[in-house]
Design a protein around this ligand. Structure first.
Ligand code: B12
Length: 311
């Protein structure tokens, strides 16, 4: 597995471990099922046993909460949950729960297979690496599974030609797949094995031309008064550059928080997202972006909406 993949996985795992036992009164974890699963997986690959009641909460969620996860992140969460179960199944750390783990794993796999798009992605392009990590390591291979994985891998390979993977965290989830590995293989890592890496994208030499400018309409909704303002920036600017430009030249204000995925938008026009709320980023008409503000580069004439929503 690539060092980057293992390192970012462990960093994320450490963060998630701190929250592993925290369930609130509504019965969901204080963080998310993604982080809850990541915590169990990180402990499991180090062969640390967690109490049956901790695993039991995740099993219960898979058994009884069909919509346990929000849309855009459900495949990622299913995949992480599945990897936690795969590790527990392989390591037999919670033998009393063996049958339930086995069934939950089957259910998670079926759900991910159902989420395959006509292009071949499981969920979206960025959830496909984690989904493939889970499915490729399945202890129950079948023709259906093999065909679905081949299709997904082909779709991923095609996306690599279009520089879809620029974000280090996303690359860290993809690299194990390119090496036919998954986080579960960290139970006994083979550090000497030759590694497949991503070829650095060919840089196009800078053009000595006058930069072309683009106009982007920035909208804020979910709070009042709402906001609409057109921003003119050099072509190729990121959405973060656009927000900075709007802040420097007008009444727009925003704040971010650094995360492993990049800057996470936390506050807009002085309104901080509260608990279980977030500033969603959309492109007109009503399409949530699949990238964060530092990675997404709007096109000329696009309308970008920042919408305060619950999750
Ligand atoms: C849970 C989750 C969310 C939750 C986070 C809240 C919470 N407290 O759990 C919510 C619903 C708020 C969310 C929002 C978004 N998310 Co999200 N999210 C995830 C998910 C499933 C797990 C992240 C996690 O817990 N990691 C483990 C912990 C230990 O690491 P961490 O670094 O501390 O995690 C924090 C950051 O990841 C941050 N975060 C979550 N999503 C995103 C996205 C971006 C771009 C950034 C910079 C930070 C960020 O919140 C996490 C919890 O505090 C990942 C899946 C994945 N494959 O990684 C997608 C994922 C990272 N999200 C994604 C996206 C696109 C978004 C949004 C941009 C969607 C949108 N159109 O608005 C927004 C972010 C907008 C903003 N305000 O900047 C993509 C990123 C793809 C890419 N190219 O980088 C992923 C991979 C999902 C996917 N398959 O499309 N997300």
């Amino acid at each position: 597995m690539g060092h980057l993949g293992a390192l970012l996985f462990l960093l994320g795992g450490l963060g998630a471990l701190a929250n592993i036992c925290g369930h609130n009164h509504q019965g969901h974890p204080r963080t998310s099922y993604y982080q809850y699963s990541l915590g169990i997986l990180a402990l499991c690959v180090h062969q640390k046993r967690v109490h049956d009641s901790v695993v039991g909460k995740l099993l219960y969620a898979v058994e009884h909460k069909p919509h346990l996860l929000q849309d855009h992140v459900s495949v990622d969460t299913m995949a992480m949950t599945g990897m936690a179960f795969s590790c527990l199944e392989l390591s037999n750390l919670n033998p009393k729960q063996r049958n339930r783990i086995n069934l939950a794993l089957k259910r998670v796999q079926e759900k991910i297979l159902k989420a395959q798009t006509p292009e071949g992605y499981f969920g979206n392009v960025y959830s496909t690496p984690l989904a493939l990590q889970l499915l490729m390591g399945s202890l129950r291979p079948s023709v259906e599974l093999g065909t679905a994985c081949l299709k997904a891998k082909a779709a991923l390979q095609a996306s690599l030609q279009h520089k879809t993977f620029q974000n280090p965290l996303m690359i860290s989830q993809l690299l194990p797949v390119l090496n036919q590995k998954s986080y579960v293989d960290l139970i006994s890592p083979d550090c000497q094995a030759p590694r497949a890496l991503l070829e650095p994208a060919l840089e196009t030499p800078p053009q000595a031309k006058v930069p072309k400018f683009i106009d982007v309409l920035l909208k804020v909704s979910g709070i009042s008064p709402s906001y609409r303002h057109s921003v003119s920036v050099p072509a190729g600017s990121s959405l973060e550059d656009i927000l900075k430009n709007a802040q420097e030249h007008g009444r727009f204000r925003f704040r971010t928080q650094a995360s492993l995925s990049g800057p996470f938008l936390t506050s807009v026009l002085g309104r901080k997202a509260g608990e279980r709320e977030f500033w969603q980023v959309l492109r007109d008409p009503d399409t949530p972006l699949q990238q964060g503000i530092a990675d997404y580069r709007p096109k000329d004439g696009e309308t970008i909406e920042l919408r305060l929503v619950g999750w």
